[in-house]
Design a protein around this ligand. Structure first.
Ligand SMILES: [Zn+2]
Ligand SMILES: [Zn+2]
Length: 429
């Protein structure tokens, strides 16, 4: 079957960080595998879905992890179909929360509803690292991608051709995650890779951690309150674990979806790096359970870790309005702040989100990324030895800079493409 070719189509995530979705099928068949099916948001914060493929031909959807930019389009396949989803247990459990939350905020713009989400959940078969699955004539195998609990790198074998799909990766160890398991993969022919941070470098982890701790101690000692807006999957837990490990002796309150996601992580502890540390933080810190707690915690000196990470609603938006007007307080952003997000506007204009008042509290932005930076990404690519690389999930300008850097680090004959949406690639098996 040497004349069979494999078709790769980029359904979303070409030249953009968000709505990643990649289709794979043989050139002589309509049956397909979909790798991720995420959503993006436009400048008005409305959802932009990935393109889709006729659901009746989709044999499997792999969800690399539970972030919305990888799963937000997936339930669309259940309006008129019922393909199998493959995801790890923590990904499935967190995806349910994310889909429900997505519909709560964006239901009006969504072609699918809660019924489709239920069908997607019911169609999910949980997989684990090292598992092997057959779909649409391909063999899929899963590895730890190091990004967040349950995240996978997928290796697709097609008539001897090895295709790697990174999802999101992190190659360095964090409190919450061991780094990506590159060695077990053993090499690929084609690498479809994310490059979210392809043009930047992260400071050493310990530097960011120490800075976080010192700002917290300084502000609270002066009687201030520190708000740390954080994504509810991974970043919130990472901050909790840092404060716990450094033994920061101040009251810590946690608010938003972070409680539920922490519980999911603690129930799936083999997917995290230091379960005992997370458990200690979970037991030590106050989880805000209602307005009584909520209206109390910001009046006291201490730390509040709250979703959402970009201040797009959620309790963090409530708290920033409460504490932002006082100089003794501080706001520490620890998450990626997308163009046009309230968090980014706060950094650029200094106005408290949702008001005309200027922020008087100290404002900091720390890098605690769960993504590999340009060094990590290039090192991963070098070790996987692909002869062909397709860059996705990256701003077009960032991707161009990354490819320039990458060229000097992988074999000179490697063909590298920066994907655009709807691009098709034909691979010889
Ligand atoms: Zn992610
Ligand atoms: Zn992503």
């Amino acid at each position: 079957m040497a004349d069979r070719r494999v078709l790769v189509k980029v359904l979303g995530g070409g030249g953009e960080v968000g709505r990643l979705s990649v289709l794979l099928r043989y050139s002589d068949s309509r049956r397909a595998v979909i790798l991720d099916a995420g959503v993006n948001f436009d400048e008005n914060d409305n959802p932009v879905f990935a393109n889709t493929y006729p659901p009746k031909y989709v044999e499997a959807i792999v969800l690399s992890h539970a972030h919305l930019d990888h799963i937000g389009t997936a339930p669309m396949y259940y309006i008129s179909g019922n393909p199998a989803i493959y995801a790890t247990r923590p990904t499935l459990e967190m995806a349910r929360l994310m889909w429900a939350d997505f519909l709560k905020i964006n239901g009006y713009y969504s072609p699918y509803e809660a019924g489709e989400v239920d069908k997607a959940v019911a169609a999910t078969r949980t997989i684990d690292y090292g598992d092997e699955v057959e779909a649409a004539g391909f063999t899929l195998r899963f590895y730890n991608s190091g990004h967040i609990p349950g995240s996978v790198f997928t290796l697709i074998e097609a008539d001897g051709l090895r295709i790697g799909f990174t999802g999101d990766v992190n190659t360095v160890e964090t409190k919450l995650m061991k780094g990506m398991d590159i060695d077990s993969i053993g090499g690929v022919d084609v690498l479809i890779m994310e490059a979210t941070y392809g043009a930047s470098t992260h400071p050493p982890r310990r530097v960011s951690e120490a800075k976080l701790v010192s700002i917290v101690e300084e502000v609270v000692e002066q009687g201030g309150t520190v708000l740390i807006p954080a994504f509810s999957i991974a970043r919130g837990q990472e901050v909790m674990m840092i404060l716990e490990e450094y033994g920061v002796d101040v009251p810590v309150a946690v608010d938003g979806m972070i409680r539920k996601t922490t519980e999911i992580m603690l129930e799936n502890r083999r997917y995290i790096n230091n379960p005992h540390l997370l458990e200690r933080a979970y037991n030590d810190y106050l989880f805000v359970r209602g307005w009584r707690d909520r209206s109390r915690v910001w009046r006291r000196p201490g730390v509040i870790i709250a979703s959402a990470g970009m201040l797009k609603g959620g309790p963090s938006l409530y708290y920033v309005k409460k504490i932002g007007g006082k100089k003794k307080n501080a706001v520490i952003l620890v998450s990626y702040q997308a163009e046009g997000s309230p968090g980014r506007r706060l950094l650029e204009e200094g106005k408290i989100p949702g008001s005309e008042e200027m922020l008087k509290a100290r404002l900091e932005w720390l890098d605690l990324s769960s993504h590999a930076d340009m060094y990590g990404l290039a090192e991963m690519a070098r070790r996987l030895k692909p002869s062909r690389i397709i860059v996705v999930h990256s701003d077009a300008e960032v991707a161009a800079k990354f490819v320039e850097y990458l060229r000097g680090r992988v074999d000179g004959d490697t063909r590298i493409d920066i994907a655009v949406n709807n691009a098709e690639y034909i691979l010889e098996a």
